[in-house]
Design a protein around this ligand. Sequence first.
Ligand code: NIG
Ligand code: FE
Length: 397
Amino acid sequence: MIGILEPGITHLKGDEMSRVNSIKNAWLLVEEGEIVDYGSMDTCPKFNIETKDLKGQWVLPAFVDSHTHMVFAGPRHNEYVMRLKGKTYAEIAAEGGGIINSAKLLQSMDEDTLYELSMKHAYDAIASGTGALEIKSGYGLSVDAELKMLRVIKRMKADLPIVVKATFLGAHAFPPEFKNDHEGYISQIIDEMLPVISEEGLADFIDVFCDEGFYNPEETDRILKAAISHGLKPKIHGNELGITGGVQVAVANQSLSVDHLEHIGDAEIACLKDSNTMPVALPGSSFFLKIPYTPARKIIDNGLPIAVASDFNPGSSPCNNLWFIWSLACLYNGMTPEEGFNALTINAAKAMDLEKTHGSISKGKKACLVFAGPFEHINEIPYWFTKNHSNKVLMSK
Ligand code: NIG
Ligand code: FE
């Protein structure tokens, strides 16, 4: 059994990230979806309840996927081929493809079909060991379509066997009709979308794509402040395409996390050090877009924490298998297997405000567990890249 933490631990940073507590030959007591107690077999009490012998399998806390765009209307394999032939992600976006392409498709899809498609992706993720999910809007880009996406996420929250958090990402791109009228779309977000979202309880978090060719830090700041006044906590997309001020605006607004960070300098690292904002690496999008990887090694060596997530979406990371994301984090972000594990569990839980209930085997936490292996060593898990190691998952919400 691995990933055991005292209940009060909220995240691990710097050197702490290389620690993974384990018990060999362990027992674990679960009642009504909660971890009640655990220990080594030589301390195991006699139970008058149903027990199960896991026969050498490992028990891990389920992964927490703190950054996904799981609700979308279809794949973008045509753009994938355009990129194989030499076009860049930014060029495709500037020509009206990319996020705009997904928005066109989603605007014309009915809510029930969108819900069915998204639930399939969610069950795939759960089967590969994901025990909590953040899902963003942002492929609507109109009042009606953004609300449609958020209502789909609300239904998913109610129907899935795991905790789901909803993020409003209306500021994912500018719709083509507002290309030269940023203010027009920003006022739709602030004056028309946010009040309904707040009234209907459609989102927990606010996100903005603060990057070159998308939202600048000043626009981001205004949207964040308006959303905060409606009770939403920020989580930012920043520094994917350049060093663009995303980290500073995220930290200034006490964001839960700032995600991507493929481009990060010393000023950004210093800014994160003075904050409670979790840096999040998304190696799936670096892999798929062939862009630089977030320098996780440098971030950890500076004493910071880091989380890792899938960024599951049809444009830059069509992968929601966190076992593979763990392998990428080790191979290309420079993390050790232990650091990758902590980044995908306890630190990811902190990045989505779930550190009290998820991300570790701790008394009182949700029994979101994965039975996998057996393995010779934790190193072996990310070594078998692309394998879904989950023999069985036990989820709770
Ligand atoms: O996190 N970078 C912004 N948003 C998504 C990609 C969205 C898309 O291409 O559809 C991301 O990579
Ligand atoms: Fe993303």
